[in-house]
Design a protein around this ligand. Sequence first.
Ligand code: HEC
Length: 90
Amino acid sequence: MKKSIILSLTGVLLVAGLAIAAGCSAGPAGPDGAALYAQKCLICHSESSMANYDYETLAEWQDLIDRMQSKGTGYTDEEGQAIAKYLHER
Ligand code: HEC
């Protein structure tokens, strides 16, 4: 009885481990746009005011992000691209 519980627990852990491993390898490469958006944009803007803006294309988002970059929150071009991509796709 005890042995079968241990065996099934091992199975559960194995499956969970595989799921975590798969999640990691499928994750986005490079900077995390969502986290950067929260850090670099939401200090000046609220989520509800941002909801008024929905640009059609990635280029328009990128344009906005480039303008906001000069406001002095400090993000690299690469981080800016990740934010633009996140806002475009969400
Ligand atoms: C230091 C404060 C500050 C930060 C940080 C900031 N903004 Fe802004 N944002 C402003 C101000 C002020 C305006 C008003 C228009 C202007 O001055 O360009 C604005 C305008 C906007 C607008 C209105 C549309 C437009 O064309 O002006 C949007 C959308 C926007 N910001 C999104 C963002 C996003 C996304 C980020 C993060 C990458 C960000 N902002 C970071 C201050 C900030």
